[in-house]
Design a protein around this ligand. Structure first.
Ligand code: ADP
Ligand code: GLC
Length: 493
């Protein structure tokens, strides 16, 4: 009998318990893909208030004494059996740090929680203890897979012990570095020998993201193109030099999507179902429901003209400046309608709301986080707008492809790796699935949307495009095997 590889997967977000973006989706779907591939998985995340409110079947695994900022916390480790998870969840329960309302990283006013350095150091220390079976439960990790800056200290902390498990660190977004001060570093009593240019020091403070990059055995990021991009100053957020040094252990592995959660043939959030081979009437019924949801007309004309959808964190990364600058042109020169679902920077929220008030028949806006509506936008729109300035992987464009809603994207990161432009050549080859532009400016976005509308107006071309996108498999199987191969490979350090 072969013994399964034991993987401790650490993330600060896990769908459906807590999610602010794609990390939450991956925190759910990748461990499941690893489990399906035979790994013995434990998934560990902080016991935020919102998570505790959603779980039953809790067992106390034990208590850990964990060093925080000039104090020691008694941390409870809870094991949860949850119907949506095929393996046990471990929750790091430290009330003073995690039992708070709302978002995992920011307060209601949008400012970071002031003690984030302590919160995620305590989380990382608890993960390290669990990996080493400090609780004595006879489960010791062969591999610890840490994700993003919130778990960046895990590889570094594990390196303080002899014979650590294999340490994998995945970068989901270089824009979020987990940067903190020297004072935090001292208060947290982090090992002084880390404080070097080659260690965690970063412009006078320290970076948890850098810690993950430097001390992990293997570093991955979520698409091959982004793996190349982050080694350049344009995308590296000051860490491109470090990434160049560690190029030999950096791998781009494309995210998959959960094809059970995101399936237009079974999606419980949709009023009507459809599939690649039987798109109507389901797709049109979703469009109608989406228009109605925003109080927009659902007459023949409204059903004929293209409807663009966008679901996004409203931050600069997502190309909102381009979209807002292009909207007046689209309102004046096309019949298209638009729906936006998102939350984030208040300036983007306010501008979108102004458009919705000025053009209620053409533009629908929902500010907030709404999982059900996100699914309806993917299904009910004709085209999906995702002109991100950079995009490590992006999941929304894959959801939209699967839902027969061709995306309009800028050629960057994972968007470049998943969307194939509807050029004449690609159409002839039968591989086109969306619209890709190469120059990040308003004129080029406008020209690309014009091209997309022209294609929408040619039913045969349009249906071929939809079919290609819907039939492609974006599942995790292949990428899960790539991770397992990395877990098993001899370290390239
Ligand atoms: P990112 O992780 O950078 O936000 P991704 O495309 O990888 O981008 O993933 C975004 C995920 O978050 C998708 O599942 C998307 O549907 C979801 N999402 C983003 N904003 C909202 C929102 N306002 N309401 C519901 N879901 C949202
Ligand atoms: C980040 C990135 C996004 C990626 C997601 C999951 O939030 O911005 O591109 O898809 O992580 O890896």
């Amino acid at each position: 009998m072969t013994v399964s590889i034991r993987v401790l997967f650490a993330a600060s977000e896990v769908y459906p318990l807590v999610k602010t973006g794609g990390l939450g989706d991956v925190g759910y779907s990748l461990p499941h893909a690893l489990h399906r591939a035979g790994a013995d998985v434990r998934l560990v995340l902080p016991a935020y208030r919102t998570v505790l409110a959603q779980v039953e079947n809790i067992r106390i695994l034990g208590w850990l004494e964990v060093r925080g900022a000039k104090r020691t916390h008694s941390v409870r480790i809870l094991e949860v059996r949850h119907p949506d998870f095929a393996f046990p969840l471990w929750l790091v329960d430290c009330q003073v740090l995690f039992d708070r309302p709302g978002n995992p990283y920011v307060r209601a006013d949008g400012q970071d929680w002031p003690d984030n350095a302590e919160r995620f150091t305590v989380f990382a220390r608890a993960v390290t203890d669990l990996a080493r079976d400090v609780l004595g439960i006879h489960w010791q990790a062969d591999v610890v897979h840490a994700n993003d800056w919130q778990t960046g200290l895990v590889p570094a902390l594990l390196g303080e012990f002899p014979h650590p498990p294999k340490r994998i660190f995945t970068i989901h977004n270089m824009a979020y570095g987990g940067h903190f001060s020297l004072a935090d570093f001292n208060r947290l009593a982090l090992p002084l020998h880390w404080w070097t240019h080659e260690g965690v020091e970063f412009y006078g403070g320290f970076s948890m993201l850098k810690a993950g990059i430097v001390y992990a055995d293997e570093v991955t990021t979520v698409s091959p193109t982004y793996a190349r991009e982050i080694c350049t100053s344009e995308f590296g957020y000051g860490l491109h030099g470090v990434l160049q040094v560690y190029r030999h252990k950096l791998h781009g592995i494309l995210n998959g999507i959960d094809e059970a959660v995101w399936d237009p043939a079974t999606d419980a959030y949709l009023p009507a179902h459809y599939s690649a081979n039987r798109r109507q009437p389901g797709k049109a019924l979703n469009k109608q429901a989406l228009l109605a949801r925003f109080g927009m007309a659902t007459d023949d004309l409204a059903m004929q003209v293209p409807l663009f959808g966008m679901v996004s964190r409203l931050v600069q990364q997502k190309g909102l400046d381009l979209v807002l600058a292009a909207l007046p042109h689209w309102l004046a020169h096309t019949d298209a309608r638009f729906v936006f679902v998102g939350s984030g920077d208040s300036k983007y929220e306010a501008s979108l709301c102004e458009f919705a008030v000025g053009y209620p028949h053409r533009i629908g806006v929902c500010i907030g986080y709404d999982e059900a509506l996100a699914h309806l936008v993917e299904a009910g729109s004709d085209l999906f707008l995702m002109p991100s300035q950079f995009e490590p992987c992006g999941l929304n464009q894959m959801y939209s492809l699967r839902y027969g809603t061709p995306p309009v994207v800028y050629r960057t990161g994972g968007l470049a790796d998943t969307v194939i432009d509807a050029s004449m050549e690609h159409q002839t080859q039968g591989i086109a699935n969306g619209f890709v532009f190469d120059k990040f400016d308003v004129e080029t976005l406008i020209a690309t949307v014009e091209r997309a509308i022209a294609c929408y107006d040619q039913p045969r071309l349009w249906q071929a495009l939809l079919r290609t996108g819907m039939k492609h498999s974006f599942g995790w199987e292949h990428s899960a095997q790539s991770y397992l191969a990395l877990y098993r490979a001899t370290s390239s350090k």
